[in-house]
Design a protein around this ligand. Structure first.
Ligand SMILES: [Zn+2]
Length: 510
């Protein structure tokens, strides 16, 4: 019988599926038929595999060859099937014994010269292989480190098809994964570098503790970007589940540095305001690349100069922000990537962007209104805090009192506050206050006594706050109480929360 079967993995979004690669060699006119792959990838794989086999010193079987990838209804993308196809073909032709690779999952792209090239998404592929019961995988040497992140599997590496062939014939061992690179140093950006801006610093702390989205307004040079970039430095490290998700997404995007282990720090993505939709949301041919939205999953998405973004872009961000995932339209169906981000947006207070702030604004009232209206719709609606930063003053740059608190101190406070919130909402499955729905906060047992909510109800009656804004203030007040170690918010927390919601000026009030 001239038949062989080898195992591989196909990715759909972040989910891997075990794929069987079958090869059948029959008498007849020499030809290669590949089935179970999309048309474009099919021809490319056939050419690569043929050249790699010949250039590895192996005889090309001049028979009627059928290679089939199962399950047929699974849409397979990318070039990670090459190594499995070549192996199935050589085994089916009788050039290789079938025994040594039985139940081994093979991943890798082939170069025309027979080198085994790294592929995107090895981590989620290996995880899927293990879930499907595999205990041994062979991967490209550049990907071996990320494959070892997955527990319960033996990882071996190859650099060339020739090495794999010689291993199967018992002539040469496979490679061991390279030792992992040392973990990355702690973040360099520290809150101690930020001079002044007490409201901005408080906003950042509250955002970190409660998972709230944050908007920073202020003239150029006020430190909006400096603050936003330092949010990850006060966020807790990712737990095992989150770390695996984040590392898998970086693996699929092909941005995981070689030799890296699990990513433990919350990611930070700051796409430019002119970034294409594909780079923001994801896309591309073959295995879709996750965009900035998904690369910021479980971390921070910072949109600087958000007012410069096109309406179309802002609109496209809307749904992922609400659902926590990106859905990409593909040739065959859709691909989904997680995108649970903490959003920080920054904008100048008005179109003229005078560095001295509002006193020197030259905009017409109409221009200011139009500018604000653009942001208010899709984005600001979802943001709990809107903080207006003052222009920097000399006293900020040369502080007379104590130096600014460093990130490590703030991070410890944040971590404690998060613990309290997580315990409080454990029964509901929420982790942070930002996830608590307004109606729950307005009802017992979480309803606050009327004497503490006087200011809040007044702001609502005066039209300074919308009903939605009312709920957002409640959420912020819970986070302020958690940070200060109080069991529930008091009147002072509420009035501080109102300030965080509306900024020092009430310009962005709804
Ligand atoms: Zn202006």
């Amino acid at each position: 019988m001239s038949y062989a079967r080898v195992l591989c993995v196909g990715l759909v979004g972040v989910t891997g599926h075990l794929v069987e690669v079958e090869a059948d060699l029959a008498a007849g006119l020499p030809a290669v038929m590949l089935t179970g792959l999309p048309d474009a990838a099919l021809n490319e794989a056939r050419d690569r595999v043929r050249a790699a086999i010949v250039n590895s010193g192996q005889e090309w079987p001049n028979r009627r060859i059928t290679v089939n990838l199962l399950p047929a209804d699974l849409h397979k993308h990318g070039s990670s099937f090459d190594l499995a196809i070549a192996t199935a073909l050589l085994t089916g032709a009788g050039s290789l014994p079938a025994g040594p690779l039985r139940e081994v999952v093979l991943l890798g792209e082939l170069g025309l010269d027979g080198t085994v090239r790294p592929v995107r998404g090895v981590l989620p592929m290996v995880a899927a292989a293990v879930r499907a019961g595999a205990t041994r995988v062979i991967v490209p040497v550049e990907n071996a480190c990320e494959a070892t992140v997955v527990p319960g599997v033996t990882v071996r590496a190859v650099d060339t098809l020739r090495r794999l062939v010689e291993f199967v014939r018992g002539q040469e061992p496979l490679l061991d994964p390279l030792p992992a690179a040392p973990p990355p140093p702690p973040p360099r950006l520290d809150l101690a570098d930020v001079a002044g801006q007490p409201m901005g610093r408080l906003g950042l702390e509250v955002a970190a503790a409660g998972g709230h989205h944050l908007a920073l307004f202020g003239p150029p040079g006020a430190g909006k970007t400096m603050l936003a970039e330092r949010l990850p430095s006060i966020l807790p490290e990712l737990d095992d589940t989150a770390a695996l998700e984040v590392t898998a997404l970086q693996s699929i995007a092909g941005v995981l540095p070689p030799g890296s282990h699990l990513v433990r720090r919350p990611p930070f993505q700051a796409p430019h305001h002119s970034a294409s939709l594909a780079s923001l949301i994801g896309g591309g041919s073959g295995l879709a690349r996750p965009g900035a939205m998904s690369l910021a999953h479980r971390g921070v998405l910072f949109l600087d100069e958000v007012s410069e973004m096109s309406g179309r872009t802002l609109q496209a961000l809307r749904e992922p922000l609400e659902t926590g995932q990106v859905v990409l339209a593909r040739l065959h169906g859709t691909t989904e990537y997680p995108a649970r981000v903490q959003l920080v947006v920054a904008a100048n207070p008005c179109p003229c962007a005078s560095p001295a702030g509002d006193q020197h604004c030259t905009c017409s009232p109409h221009a200011r209104r139009r500018y604000r209206a653009k942001l208010s719709g899709p984005l600001l609606d979802r943001i709990d805090m809107r903080i207006t930063l003052r222009p920097m003053r000399a006293a900020d740059l040369v502080p007379v009192d104590d130096p600014a608190t460093p990130s490590a101190v703030v991070a410890a406070k944040v971590s404690q506050a998060r613990k309290v919130a997580e315990e409080r909402w454990a029964a509901h499955g929420w982790q942070v206050n930002a996830e608590a729905p307004g109606p729950v906060l307005r009802k017992p047992p979480w309803q606050l006594p009327p004497k503490d909510t006087t200011d809040l109800r007044r702001a609502l009656d005066l039209g300074l706050l919308s009903a939605r804004g009312f709920d957002r203030v409640l959420r912020l007040a819970w986070t302020l109480a958690d940070l200060d170690g109080r069991s529930r918010p008091e009147r002072a927390d509420i009035s501080e929360a109102i300030q965080l919601r509306m900024g020092e000026s009430h310009e962005w009030a709804e």
